[in-house]
Design a protein around this ligand. Structure first.
Ligand SMILES: C[S@@+](CC[C@H](N)C(=O)[O-])C[C@H]1O[C@@H](n2cnc3c(N)ncnc32)[C@H](O)[C@@H]1O
Length: 256
């Protein structure tokens, strides 16, 4: 699809969703006056992340004292079924990220309330829900679906029906979803950020999520190498973070 056609299709999709108008305004600003915002500080942060990065298995052990290698065998059936659903899905979205990190963060914190931004197929949601169901907990997710490809109905597609009773999905942009989520629940055991990857979007949400994370809870962010928002946030708050490298991308994680 030509770039102009894609932009037009996305614009029309936004017009059909009045609840996403605030995000449309922000997107227009982002792509005009704030164009450099997405990659601000990227080079600096990549060399910082590269110098600190360890594997997911090492991070799970260092932070939580848990051996991460059992996750894939313990949940083989569920994960195989989810992979099959992803294959069958007519809409293409992002695949699984740091599933073990998310699952064991919930286990370690004995999570009852978890908040995440960015759902897509729902791989990260699945990882949290597998742990939360043991404690009858709740996952609060914020996701503004990929627009222009009619993807709404496929958001969370890999999450099995029996886990959905532990799940509250807020289908708005984070700037609208997060205040609604915090209205329902104030304090979280685990927070996971994986949505808007602009510097301003990340920095804004990190502050929100951190405020609502309990002491001893776990903070996780995907794609921290896209710009320096995560590094700047950690430095500003004097946070000693762990960095995990997965398929050439960096995930940040720390215990508050
Ligand atoms: C990388 S995917 C999430 C993947 C998911 N966490 C997983 O591990 O399977 C990013 C998702 O965030 C959504 N998104 C992007 N910008 C957003 C925003 N400002 N507010 C809410 N969701 C957003 C995208 O539409 C997409 O569904």
């Amino acid at each position: 699809m030509g770039e102009l056609k894609r932009v037009f299709k996305t614009f029309v999709a936004y017009l059909k969703r009045p609840d996403l108008y605030p995000e449309l305004g922000r997107k227009i600003l982002k792509n005009t006056v704030n164009r450099n915002n997405a990659f601000k500080g990227k080079e600096k942060t990549n060399s910082w992340a590269r110098s600190k990065a360890i594997s997911q298995k090492e991070a799970v052990f260092n932070l939580f004292r848990i051996d991460a290698s059992t996750f894939k065998t313990q949940y083989k059936d569920v994960l195989d079924k989810a992979a099959q659903k992803e294959k069958e899905c007519p809409i293409k979205m992002g695949g699984p990220g740091a599933l073990e990190l998310i699952y064991y963060a919930c286990e370690f914190s004995e999570g009852k309330n978890v908040v995440e931004t960015g759902v897509a197929y729902g791989w990260s949601s699945l990882a949290s829900l597998l742990s939360l169901e043991k404690r009858n907990g709740t996952l609060y997710s914020s996701d503004m679906p990929y627009l222009g490809q009619n993807g709404d109905q496929y958001v969370g597609y890999v999450v099995p029906e029996d886990l959905k009773k532990y799940w509250k999905l807020f289908r708005f942009a984070d700037k609208e979803s997060l205040p609604k989520i915090f209205n329902e629940n104030q304090v979280f055991d685990v927070v996971h950020y994986d949505s808007d990857k602009s510097y301003n979007g990340m920095f804004w949400a990190y502050n929100q999520l951190y405020t609502h994370l309990r002491s001893g809870g776990v903070f996780i962010s995907d794609d921290i190498g896209d710009n320096s928002a995560y590094q700047d946030f950690c430095e500003k708050n004097d946070i000693d973070t762990t960095i995990v490298e997965i398929d050439g991308k960096y995930v940040g994680v720390f215990i508050k």
